[in-house]
Design a protein. Structure first.
Length: 151
């Protein structure tokens, strides 16, 4: 189900992400170790998309989205407009820290802590898909308000 970057996500998506985060944090699910070369490639894709957002480069940002996301939005401009309106912390984060990378039941997720320009903390949970050419593309992102503020 490609529902990453659906504005604010549906209830089912939020439940799946929270269950995944809970299972990850309590070790109730057996996780596969993501190979270091894949972990580096995954981080590079997310960083590249964030750089494209900072540059307002809709075409480049859209290029890192998985085919299902591209089909959902149709054009780079529509995709960028959605991110600007619905995910302002992803569009222009003040800071970014890569946290847990996990693979559960074949689904790869990267947790990224972000701080917005007001200093509020956020958690972005990215899901990624491996493409036929072995590259990684972003298939979704759920954003949750964290507690506390950046120091």
């Amino acid at each position: 189900m490609n529902n990453l970057f659906r504005p604010r996500g549906g209830l089912l998506h939020h439940i799946r992400v929270w269950v995944g985060c809970f299972a990850f944090s309590t070790s109730l699910v057996v996780q596969a170790q993501v190979p270091s070369n894949d972990a580096s490639a995954i981080r590079a894709v997310i960083e590249a998309q964030l750089d494209a957002f900072r540059a307002d480069d809709a075409t480049r940002a859209f290029s890192y989205a998985a085919p299902g996301i591209q089909a959902l939005f149709g054009t780079p401009a529509k995709f960028l407009a959605m991110v600007q309106n619905e995910y302002p912390v992803v569009y222009h984060p003040a800071s970014v820290a890569f946290l847990a990378l996990q693979e559960i039941d074949g689904q790869v997720s990267q947790v990224v802590q972000m701080t917005d320009t007001a200093g509020a903390l956020w958690m972005a949970v990215y899901t990624l898909e491996r493409q036929q050419d072995h590259s990684w593309r972003i298939s979704g992102c759920a954003v949750f308000r964290g507690t506390g503020r950046s120091t």
